[in-house]
Design a binder for this molecule. Structure first.
Ligand code: C2E
Ligand code: CA
Ligand code: CA
Ligand code: CA
Length: 278
């Protein structure tokens, strides 16, 4: 269950709160984790609805902590951002995910790789060059990489973020607006952004079956996305009814526990094999 999966995180929080563990110590541990290579990636598949093909995966970072077990991003992403470690974290995530994409491509599976990026990445004018360098190092095509950014992130330093995103788009990298619908973006604002995908937040997706209101939100978001030439991804589909409803409404891609939880690379590979086996 989710509770058991996240036990490591719960314990971690308890230690921090209960014993007043110093933030400095957490920062030092995270810094060490980056040096020692303790971050690992799990991958969650994205299903293309009209074709039933697995089009790509989203890379989700975990921290294989030496004593606390597997920690989920909720336990350390904010810390990385506030401690100035996000540039390095993102660099490592890009490096690992593109090495993995290459390995899979070499074995005959050409998957789109989606990577989450943070506010500090998008206000860094060097970021597009770094992304290009990692792509080149692994010999990977830019158009098979999608960077997922949240709406709130785009509000912080809009001009700079638009500039950085524009350069990534020029290089051919895809850009998705993550958790779409939870912020306050206007249509005009969205239309002006150099993006390729909207990822509808799972709160709307979860409410979809049996709620005409949620269905209207999905329908209008789809119309908006398609009018702007964007791909609509629904995240957080937890049952077949939801997947069917999304397919019926014309959603392009779906992600969620019903299909698969995020998995370590070898398990994802087996999962893909099992799906395509006759
Ligand atoms: P996100 O980008 O919105 O990622 C989706 C989260 O929802 C993931 O949690 C995923 O495991 C979870 N999820 C997927 N399908 C379902 C479902 O059907 N139901 C439910 N309830 N949840 C589902 P996770 O892996 O714990 O990641 C949490 C957040 O941490 C991510 O949200 C993202 O904002 C951030 N994150 C993850 N990896 C990275 C990374 O490499 N870099 C940065 N900067 N942030 C990351
Ligand atoms: Ca995401
Ligand atoms: Ca999301
Ligand atoms: Ca989220």
């Amino acid at each position: 269950s989710a509770k058991a999966d996240r036990a490591g995180v719960a314990v971690y929080e308890e230690v921090r709160d209960g014993h007043g563990r110093h933030r400095l110590e957490d920062v030092a541990q995270l810094r060490r984790a980056l040096v020692r290579g303790e971050l690992v990636l799990h991958y969650q598949p994205k299903l293309a609805l009209p074709t039933g093909v697995i089009d790509g995966v989203e890379a989700l970072v975990r921290w294989q902590h030496p004593t606390r077990g597997l920690l989920y991003p909720d336990a350390f992403i904010e810390l990385a951002e506030s401690a100035g470690l996000m540039a390095e974290l993102t660099r490592q995530v890009l490096d690992m995910s593109l090495a993995q994409r290459r390995a899979w491509a070499d074995q005959g599976r050409d998957l789109t790789m989606a990577v989450n990026v943070s506010p500090s990445n998008l206000v860094d004018e060097d970021f597009p060059d770094e992304v290009a360098a990692v792509l080149a190092r692994h010999g990977q095509p830019a158009d098979r990489l999608v960077l997922e950014v949240t709406e709130s992130l785009l509000m912080e330093d809009r001009e700079r973020a638009v500039r950085v995103l524009g350069r990534l788009r020029e290089a051919g990298v895809g850009v998705a607006i993550d958790d779409y619908g939870t912020g306050y973006s206007s249509l005009a604002y969205l239309a002006a952004l150099p993006v390729t995908e909207l990822k509808l937040d799972r709160t709307f997706v979860a409410a979809l079956t049996g709620s005409p209101r949620a269905e209207s939100i999905v329908t209008s978001t789809l119309q908006l996305a398609h009018a702007l030439g964007l791909v609509l991804v629904a995240e957080g589909a937890e049952d077949q009814d939801t997947v069917d409803a999304l397919a019926g409404l014309g959603c392009d891609l779906v992600q969620g526990y019903h299909l698969s939880r995020p998995l370590p690379p070898d398990q994802l590979w087996s999962w893909l094999d099992a799906r395509t086996a006759v």
